[in-house]
Every structure is written in structure tokens, then in C-alpha cells.
Design a protein around this ligand. Sequence first.
Ligand code: CP3
Length: 359
Amino acid sequence: MCEHADAGATLVPVSTAADLSQSAFLKAARGEPVPHTPVWFMRQAGRSLPEYLALREGVGMLESCMDPELVVEITLQPVRRYGVDAAIFFSDIVLPLKAVGVDLDIKPGIGPVVAQPVRTLADVEAIPDLTPEHVPFITEAVRGLVGQLGNTPLIGFAGAPFTVASYLVEGGPSKEHARTKAMMFGAPDVWDALMRKIAGIAAAYLEVQVAAGASAVQLFDSWAGALTPTDYQQHVMPHSAAVLERAGALGVPRIHFGVGTTNLLSLMGEAGADVVGVDWRTPLERAIPMVGDRAVQGNLDPTLVFAPTEVMTARAAEVIEAGRAARGHIFNLGHGVIPSTDPDQLKRLTEFVQGYALG
Ligand code: CP3
């Protein structure tokens, strides 16, 4: 039994439990002055934590995502351990597809695998749109979380249309995204329908999370870096923009992140982000002028946590200093926490960033 097994039963109304007005994370996302550079880590909830592995023993990934008690506990674990400035909701980008009935699984060490890959217009049309009734366990988990997180904001998230489409079309993880791009180039009507379908599901999924109490959202377009700027702009950006526009109506900051996106950063900002996530390959000095008058998030190389602590913190200081030129800066790794990361090192990194004098 997990410690927070009664999360659902002990709901505390958000208004009395939380004071998010002083959140450094939300201030940075809005471009307001901050007391310290806020920090959280993509994939902070998960395999690098022994307490996570213990909880997940014998429980499938998707099964755990649909269990509000587990979601609450796993989301809280890194917040307790590191004292990060934001929590990220424990779920996965393919969870909403599973919830509407797509036959898929998340295989350990592999990632999402789809039983019948999407190839035709009929395949797209067979995917239902998402309504809150598909995901009552998400609403329950988010409500339970905001009751327990107190002054720490919760980031909700969704996968962006291109990245989710890649799993649906390829049937699993892919390096080249060849079938996905073949559909994009060769069957524009199917592509357009698929992107609209996923965009609608992503937006509805974010709406559910924010309605239940999430205070920011991140749209993960992890694999968008596989596209040329022109192809991104023509075939992908309008659909991500549609998700971000609907999220914008919710009044919470929107973070837009992808990997290998040096050539896409300005477009990803223009798509409607308040904060552009930058991977570690693009120095913030270069990224900041590209994203315009927006905040940035990032971007320490995730492998630097394996370096000696003083090397890691020296590089973190460079990231913080570079971030000062932005409208706002949220410190993060340039991609997710690597599973073999030593949690103590992430704790030291968190303390270093939060204790760094901005002067
Ligand atoms: O802490 C957090 O960041 C919250 C949880 C989270 C997960 N997936 C949990 C997870 C988030 C935000 C995601 C998003 C996600 N899922 C993305 C975008 C982020 C990114 O890293 O670029 C992508 C591309 C996926 C698809 C996916 N799911 C992959 C590639 C994998 C890894 C496969 C593996 O095991 O190496 C998953 C599985 C997954 N999602 C795990 C976790 C904790 C591992 C599964 C397990 O613990 O059994």
C-alpha cells in the first residue's frame, strides 16, 4: 500500500490548500521577476528513483497511469526528494489514445507499441475523440495531487500531433519516422485527418488536466526535430498551434518542447508557446534570440549529472547565466532524466540552481 492511498478521499479544495502566487516556476513562465531560477526535470518521476521502481514492481506502465493513487504517489516522489519548483504529472503521451480505445501498450525498455498501426483514413476515423468521461482517473489523480502539492505547481502535459502520430503510424518507436513522413508527403488527406484527430485529443486531454487543477501545460513534440523547417511549418505547426491555442484559452502558461529543434525554435515559439523548451544541443545564447519575447526552458546536457559535481554545477551556472537574457528562464535538463542517473546528484543540482544568486 502506498503512503498516499487515501489521496482521493482527503481532497482539499485548491483555493485553501495552495498559494501559487509566489511560484518561481509560474513567474518565470510569465516573464516576471523571480527569487531564484526555478528548476524541474523532464522525466523526474520515474526510473531513476528506487522508490518508483519499488512501487511499479509487477504493475504495467499503463496500468499505473490509470491508478490515481499510484499517479499521485509517483508524481510526488521527486518533489519530496528534490524539492523541485514544479511537479510533472505522471502519465505518458500515449495514455489518452489508450483511454479512447486504441490497442497499445508501453513495453519496458522499448516504449509505446501500437497493435494496428494507422495507415488509412478509415483507421483515423475509427479513433474516437476524447471526452472527460474517457479519463475520470486523470481528473481524480490531478485533484488528489493539487490537494497535496500545496504551493508547488503541477504541470499537465500532452504529446504533440507529430510525435504521437509517429507512434501511431510506425506502430512503435522509430529513428527515421519514415512511414510517418511518407504519409505526410504522400497522403496529405490522411495526414491532415490524423493530425486533426490527435490535436483534438491532446487539447481535450490538457483541458481535463487544467480543469482539475494543473497550473501549466507542456506540449511534448519530442521528435519534431526530424523535420525541415518548411515541412514543420506546412504539415505540423498548424496542428500544434491548434492545441496551444485551445490550451491558451485556459489561462495557464504553455511550454512547447522538442529534441534536435535548433532550426525550429522560432516556429515552435510562434506556434503559441509562452515558454520554448530547448534541448542541450543549442546553447541558450543562440536559442533566446530565436524564440523572441518568450521564456525559455532548459538546457543542461542530461549526461552532465554523471560528471563530477563541480563540473556539473559549473556547467549549470553557465546555463543560468545564459538564461538571464531571456524574458524568463526555467532550468531543466535538455531532455529527460537518464534512468541510471544518481538521484543524489539531481538533488545537488536542484540545490545549486535554487541557491544560485541572481544578484
Ligand atoms: O517525469 C515525467 O516526465 C512524467 C512522466 C512521463 C512519462 N512519459 C513516463 C514514462 C512523461 C512526461 C512522458 C512523456 C513521453 N512519453 C514522451 C515525451 C518526453 C520525451 O522524453 O521526449 C515520449 C516520447 C514518450 C513515449 C515513451 N514512453 C518512451 C519513449 C518511453 C521509454 C521507453 C523505455 O522504457 O525506455 C516511454 C515509457 C515511459 N514513460 C516510462 C515512464 C516512467 C518508462 C516505463 C516504465 O517505467 O516501465
